[in-house]
Design a protein. Structure first.
Length: 168
């Protein structure tokens, strides 16, 4: 037997042959009777050829060629968990916004004075009125001081003018 042919058989058993090499090997071992040195390999390939020629019994021939295959609905649990978490998060946001707005709309007006929240409307108006009066009083004092400063400035201008006229 040719050593190259022996190497080709070894390659076949190791699963390293190409399709062309397998075809060459099959043709050589099934057609040529003079390669009887490797009887085992030739018997294997002849068996492959004979099995390929065999047909199924008539009882199996009556079955349809393709059997419809119905896939069962396979649930992807990971996607379901993500979808459920997303819906839950959206609902949580919607309920939070809705209930926060209804709570805020039900609250009455309030004022925070010196860090203290005052919900009583009359007491809040009293504090507001007092703060306006305090601002008005401060503004009056500042206006009086400004008027005094203007009067002093006018007096100083007249004195400066008199001194300037006296020198001339």
């Amino acid at each position: 037997m040719d050593p190259n042919f022996k190497n080709l058989i070894d390659k076949y058993y190791n699963g390293e042959t190409s399709l062309q090499e397998e075809e060459l090997l099959r043709n050589s071992l099934t057609c040529n009777e003079d390669l009887s040195d490797d009887l085992y390999s030739s018997l294997i390939f002849k068996t492959f050829v004979e099995e390929k020629k065999e047909q199924a019994p008539d009882s199996l021939q009556l079955l349809p060629q393709t059997i419809p295959f119905h896939r069962k609905c396979i649930i992807n649990y990971k996607k379901c968990i993500y979808a459920t978490a997303g819906v839950a998060a959206c609902l949580a946001v919607i309920f939070t916004v809705f209930f926060h707005q209804t709570k805020a709309s039900n609250d009455c007006a309030y004022v925070i004075i010196n860090g203290v929240r005052i919900d009583d409307e009359k007491l809040a108006l009293k504090y507001i009125q007092e703060s306006f009066e305090e601002e008005e009083r401060i503004n009056k004092i500042e206006l009086e001081l400004l008027q005094e400063m203007l009067e002093k400035e006018n007096e100083m201008n007249t004195i400066a003018n008199n001194m300037f006229n006296f020198k001339n």
